[in-house]
Ligand binder design. Sequence first.
Ligand SMILES: O=C(O)C(=O)C[C@H](O)[C@@H](O)CO
Length: 265
Amino acid sequence: MELPRNPFNRSLDGNTRYGCWAGFGTGYATEILATAGFDWLLIDGEHAPNTVPSILSQLQAVAPYASAPVVRTVNHDPALIKQLLDVGTQTLMIPMVDTAEQAARLVAATRYPPHGFRGVGGGLTRATRWDSVEDYLARAHEELCLIVQVESRTGVDNAEAIAATEGVDAIFVGPVDLSTGVGHAGNPNHPDVQAMIRHTLEATHAAGKAAGILAPAEADARRYAQWGFDFIAVGIDISLLRQAAIETISRYKPETPKPKSSLGY
Ligand SMILES: O=C(O)C(=O)C[C@H](O)[C@@H](O)CO
């Protein structure tokens, strides 16, 4: 069979693509999101209770739908990256990338020798459709999309070099970690943080790469779309459930406290 095509990088054509965080860690919940019309879904292996098998079941659950899956790792471990690629992840997001050297090593973790050091799973893996994809070893990289997260002052300072790293396809700004790390916890809209976000966006575009961000508050998402962000996560499934649950019960019990977020959204 043909190497499966990656719908995520094909969707990055200059129009803003809207996504949703998938944090429940089950194929059932993520499949529901996939029927809702989001362009992409972030299966979160950093902060959600996910493992490689739970990520695999979510990839399988969303495969029939148009929402493109993006898988976030918990760290930079090449062994974990290998497992996530082997279960069929084609778009990977890696948190906390501060330097171009880190970015280059992450690229190498996704490439087979001589271009990198990804180990060969061959017929054991869903990525090769159990050895039915012709030329997988030679062509796997063509359908991979590597997104690195810039979410620290050092990362912002190095944004030009990180974005220029060959094999990095996109940068995703982490506004919560960035604002917290520079002393504005819960306030990604502080002018200093906004300036850092804009700088990262411009550095990413200057390198010809795509830029993404998380913005669950509508006014933020609309501003970032206007700035030119290519992909924006406009919701978090867990928060959406909680908000809808509280709004529902408060119609009958008006004394119910309204949803509050310590993160500024
Ligand atoms: O720093 C950020 O913002 C992110 O990387 C996203 C957070 O991890 C997200 O889990 C906030 O709920």
